[in-house]
Design a protein around this ligand. Sequence first.
Ligand code: MLT
Length: 405
Amino acid sequence: MFKINENYLKLPGSYLFSTIGKKVREFTEANPDKKIIRLGIGDVTLPLAPVVVKALHGAVDEMGVKETFKGYAPDLGYEFLRQTIADNDYKARGADIAIDEIFISDGAKSDSGNIQEIFAINNKIAVCDPVYPVYIDSNAMAGRTGDYIPAEEKWSDVIYMPCTKETNFAPELPKETPDIIYLCYPNNPTGSTITKEELQKWVDYANKAGAVIIYDAAYEAYISEENVPHTIYECEGAKTCAIEIRSFSKNAGFTGTRLGFTVVPKELKCGEVSLNSLWARRHGTKFNGAPYITQVAGASIYSAEGKKQIKEQIAYYMRNAKIIREGLKSAGYSISGGVNAPYIWMETPKGMSSWDFFDYLLTKANVVGTPGSGFGPSGEGYFRLTAFGTYENTLEAMERIKKLS
Ligand code: MLT
C-alpha cells in the first residue's frame, strides 16, 4: 500500500490566498449586487507594457518559423536574458554576478518554495513573523518544521523573528542560531525595508554562524529611498552566504506570464560542495525552462524604452500606495509601509482581530484585504492592503473605508 507524505497533514488550513478567495466567492454569491474591490492578493492590474507585448509577438513569430523555432530552453535559461540580468541588476549596482550563477525560472514563488530541497532536513529555519507563507509551508511539507502548535499558531522547530510595531517591523538577530534565514526586502507583508548597514549585519551574522540567507527581493523595483539595497550582493561577503530570488511579476506585471530567477553564487559552499552545483542539478532534473517567448519578453524590460515603461507602471502603483497611506491616516488608522513597497500594513481598529477586520471590511465596505494573522502570529492585529489595484478602485476603496470611521 502506498503511503502519503504525512507532513502535508500537519499543515493548518489551506494556502492563505485560497482561503481568502473562497470567502470572497461565498460573499459574492450571497450578495451579487455588491461591487467588491480586491486589495488582497498582490496581483497586478495593469496590462503588460507595450515593449513586452511587442517582444512576445516577435518571439511567437520566431517560434512559427523553421529557422528560428526553439525547443527546450538551455538548463539555466537563455544567455541573452542572463547576461542582461547580470549587467543591469548586478553589475550596474556594483555586484559581480556571473551568468552561470543566474538560474531563470517560472517565478519567485516556485523558487522560494523549491530552494529548501537542496538543504538537509535537520536544518533549522528562521523566518520573520509575519512572513510570506510559502517559506514556512514548503519547509513544513519537507518535514523540516516539527509539529504545528495550534494554540500558538507556530511550528515547534522554526525560529520566529517577530516584526511588529515594537521592533519597528524589523527582525532582531535570533538568540538561537539558525541554519537557513529567510529575509524578504522590501518586505511582504509589512511593506517595510532595510538599510544597507542593517542588511550588512545579517550578512556578517550569517557568514559567522555558517548560515545561509534566502533573500527574496521580488519587490526590489519599488524601492524609492536612498540607502536601501537593491540586491543583497551590494553587501560585502554576501556571495559566501546568500541566495537571492527575483521576480518579473511585480515590476513588469508577469503574474500571469510567469518569469523569475534565482542567483546562487559559486562561492556559496557547504564544505567543498557549492550550492550552485546542487541547484544546477535540481534545475536540470526537475525543470525544463521558462518558455522562450517569456524569456524574450523578460529581456525587453531592460531596453531603454522598457525601463521607461516599467517605471511608469511602478509609479502608477505607488500613486495608489500614497492614496491608501493618506486615506487610512486621515481615517485615523495607524499604518506603515507603502513607501518602498506596494503593501500598506495597518493596525486593526479597537483591537479587532485580523480576520474580524477582514469580515468587517468585506461586509461593510465590500473591500478585500489580507488579514495579518494569515502571515504568522505576530501579524495578529494587523491587516495588509495592496497598491496593485486600479487607480479608480483604490480611490473608491478609500472613500468607502473613510465612511466607516
Ligand atoms: C501576495 O499577495 O503576498 C503575493 O501576491 C503572493 C505571491 O506573490 O505569490
